[in-house]
Design a protein around this ligand. Sequence first.
Ligand SMILES: Nc1ncnc2c1ncn2[C@@H]1O[C@H](COP(=O)(O)OP(=O)(O)OP(=O)(O)O)[C@@H](O)[C@H]1O
Ligand SMILES: [Mg+2]
Length: 308
Amino acid sequence: MDAAANNTANEGPVGGAARTIAFMNQKGGVGKTTTTVNLAAAIAAEGRRTLLIDLDPQAHATLHLGVDPGDGPTVYDALVEPSGVRDALREARPNLDLLPATVDLAAAEVELAQEADRNRRLSGALSGLAGRHEFVLMDCPPSLGLLTLNALAAAREVIIPMQAHFLALQGVGRLMETVRAVGQTVNPRLRISGVVLCMHEETSRHTREVVADLDAFFEGARGTDLPWRSARVLRPPIRRNIKLAEAPSFGQTALEYAPTAHGAADYRALAQALIREWDALRSRRGGGTEVVVPGAPGGMKHAGARAG
Ligand SMILES: Nc1ncnc2c1ncn2[C@@H]1O[C@H](COP(=O)(O)OP(=O)(O)OP(=O)(O)O)[C@@H](O)[C@H]1O
Ligand SMILES: [Mg+2]
């Protein structure tokens, strides 16, 4: 299968300095962290400067990368004091920076609750890192609280990890509506670029039927002004692979722990597809020096504006 062809949407994500993606699904255990970590690692391994932001107080992404934040500053500190974001950055791997989390992050929800700019703290922090990274991937917690809102405010794209058997078509529609409703309050230009199918069992007939339904659902949104009008089922899907579940306990990505297993291969292929798509978009947009506002008539351009 040609992943690049499948992943090249008409409108694609938004051009700009960094491809900034929130991996979000309020449902727990669907593969958000596994996807964010292994995709970030695979993109970094392709030589692209990548930032992974762990926005989950469970700190699973941080643990997955084997990073121990100790007493040092974390994403919590960056939310409380966005101007200090650089101090919280860790070089987790070559080309891969991490804004780590600890359980303390849970306190941010309460501590920032009264602040007028509480949902834009991460956006503020990221503006202090402008130009450092080409890809920014955010691992969201399984809830729609302040941390997820900060991700949706800072991102230009949402990718939804899910399982083909988990949600019927109606469930996906509800999920898209939720992102739209939430996104509208904090970031009207936010776009859903697709779903990544995790723990995929392609031999199951039921799975194939659900994927066909998903494809049709997204096709039905083409030409509308819905935030998922250019969304699609990202290819390849990520097959169920035990190595993906084992790798975190060693503090390793799947690419390190089992580089030849299906899990690593699928994330590598998906990373390459996202990179090809991004490169194609940037070359169409003239090197990414302009941000094209999605949905604006004629693709209104703002020279020098920042993505994210
Ligand atoms: N493709 C896969 N094959 C096998 N196991 C997988 C796969 N993807 C994820 N898992 C396992 O499924 C479990 C849930 O995955 P993960 O932690 O990535 O989900 P999540 O959406 O981040 O969960 P939470 O909502 O708690 O943050 C983990 O044990 C993970 O190792
Ligand atoms: Mg998670």
